[in-house]
Design a protein around this ligand. Structure first.
Ligand code: 5RP
Length: 218
């Protein structure tokens, strides 16, 4: 099985976790694209979707799935998204697709976060994947120095402007042993819009695609 096969597997499997009549929170990325394609087969059983990116919105609409404005929705039962890394407690690194701010906003509306990913994303400790941080450009030099003081090497992701008109730093060299504390700390730094540690908004459930089938971690 290829990595794409595993993504398709979990993209379909997660349909069983979507209540009929729900407004569904939809993340961003190649695994979520598989989920959106699967969701299209039962679009008449949901009330609509709230999307975390322009890319996911376009894909949802191309299937005729109704997309609601995030600001018009008070809460949703479930948010489905991928991850760049996930640890045994459901803490994640996200933002490889630069959609982390809206992903966190939609995750915050959700009663449950279900992570869908292939087994390559499972790690013991977060940090091998460069940590994405969406930032205001004029704060970049200061933030690079702040990350250096933590032992991280931060660089601006070339050619990327987010859906919010900001830029993304990728931070290499961090070993994130306390994701909750590091998320809280970085979130306080002036110029940081969103840090790609999802610890406060960790996964309630993870469907992991493996060659042997879907493994459910909770
Ligand atoms: C986008 C994300 C994605 O969920 C993450 O990058 C995983 O993507 P993929 O499913 O393509 O591996 O956080 O900002």
């Amino acid at each position: 099985m290829t990595q794409d096969d595993l993504k398709a597997l979990v993209g379909r499997a997660v349909l069983d976790h979507i209540p009929d009549g729900a407004v569904v929170g939809v993340g961003t990325g190649s695994t979520v694209n598989q989920f959106i394609d699967a969701l299209a087969t039962r679009k008449d059983r949901i009330a609509g979707a709230v999307s975390s990116s322009e890319a996911s919105t376009a894909r949802l609409r191309s299937h005729g799935i109704r997309v609601l404005e995030t600001q018009d929705v008070a809460s949703i039962p479930v948010y489905i998204d991928g991850a760049d890394e996930i640890d045994p407690r459901g803490h994640m690194i996200k933002g490889g697709g630069a959609a982390l701010t809206r992903e966190k906003i939609v995750a915050d509306l959700a009663e449950r976060f279900i992570c869908i990913c292939d087994e390559s994303k499972r790690v013991a400790v977060l940090g091998a994947f460069p940590l994405p941080v969406e930032v205001v450009p004029l704060a970049v030099p200061r933030l690079i120095r702040r990350f250096a003081a933590l032992g991280g090497q931060a660089s601006v992701r070339p050619g990327v402007t987010t859906d919010n008109g900001q830029c993304v730093l990728d931070v290499r060299g961090l070993t994130i042993t306390d994701p909750l504390a590091l998320e809280a700390e970085i979130s306080l730094w002036p110029g940081v819009l969103t840090v790609g540690i999802f610890a406060r908004h960790r996964a309630s459930l993870c469907l992991l695609g493996t060659p042997g089938g879907v493994v459910t971690l909770d």
